[in-house]
Write a protein that binds this ligand. Sequence first.
Ligand SMILES: NC(=O)c1ccc[n+]([C@@H]2O[C@H](COP(=O)([O-])OP(=O)(O)OC[C@H]3O[C@@H](n4cnc5c(N)ncnc54)[C@H](O)[C@@H]3O)[C@@H](O)[C@H]2O)c1
Length: 293
Amino acid sequence: MERIAVIGSGTMGHGIAQVAAMYGLRVGLYDIEEGRLVAALGQVRSSLDRLARSGKLDETGTAEALGRIETTTELASAVDGAEVVIEAVPEVLELKHQVFRQLDATCPAETVLATNTSQLSITEIAAVTAYPERTLGLHFFNPPVLMRLVEVVRGLRTSDVTLGRGLELVGQLGKESVVCQRDAAGFITTRALAALRLECLRIYEEGIASIADIDKAIRLGLNHPMGPFELTDLVGLDVALNNSRNLEQVYGERFRPPQSLALHVAAGRLGRKTGAGWYDYSPEGERVDDSEG
Ligand SMILES: NC(=O)c1ccc[n+]([C@@H]2O[C@H](COP(=O)([O-])OP(=O)(O)OC[C@H]3O[C@@H](n4cnc5c(N)ncnc54)[C@H](O)[C@@H]3O)[C@@H](O)[C@H]2O)c1
């Protein structure tokens, strides 16, 4: 493949665009907000500079990668000539529908339309398109530049050709893939991670151990790079709550969010982005105390 488009230039969109550009693909990066595009290019540049400083990329590689990303607020220009379009707009079904309707009307029938959703149904997102056969899930992880996996998700109507094209792109981006053969909420990773997070919350609520000790146990005992509370502070407690409620709707009681999570969200303790979540943070983002623990 030679060219892809990425829709939405936020946390995931700019990272996916960077990976594709580093692996020699041209990228049309689209957003509705010019300011987000400027910020996205700045983030890509800083990340490429960091890679260059650590010897993983030379100066020419950095300049060439940057040169392959074209940012635009014109959808038609972003998707022009793209073989695969990856949607990375916020996790709201109505928004995804709006984008997929626009893509369906703008892209030729052979263009593959992928969504980076973490848990919404691919089939449901694709339902508003005239050719659901050409849709699939390509679930990248944060940050896309460092994370090695892409979860490839088959919707009910995804064709074999589309699945094959998705896997081809993932390979071209130097990533490993796993295939979810059935479209089920939360796929593999979002569902497994939510289960671990909820069980750790219950251990805390039952007074069995402190938050800091639960995180330490999962890090050192199970060899996870971060404990579930630290990770939730990074992702956002509001995102975790929303995630849990969505999974509860499908799988029932076992994903019901524990009270402490809903209370923290109600109190505005959303994690690093608000300066406090399960832990407190300084304005520079340093953890300042383990008061919750
Ligand atoms: N952040 C993560 O850790 C993570 C990890 C894996 C998957 N995801 C999924 O990736 C998707 C994007 O998440 P994010 O964290 O990058 O979101 P984000 O809020 O950081 O970025 C979303 C971007 O989409 C833009 N946008 C909004 N409406 C748009 C529209 N109609 N057309 C084009 N652009 C539009 C916004 O301006 C913003 O720049 C979500 O589905 C999310 O669930 C997120």
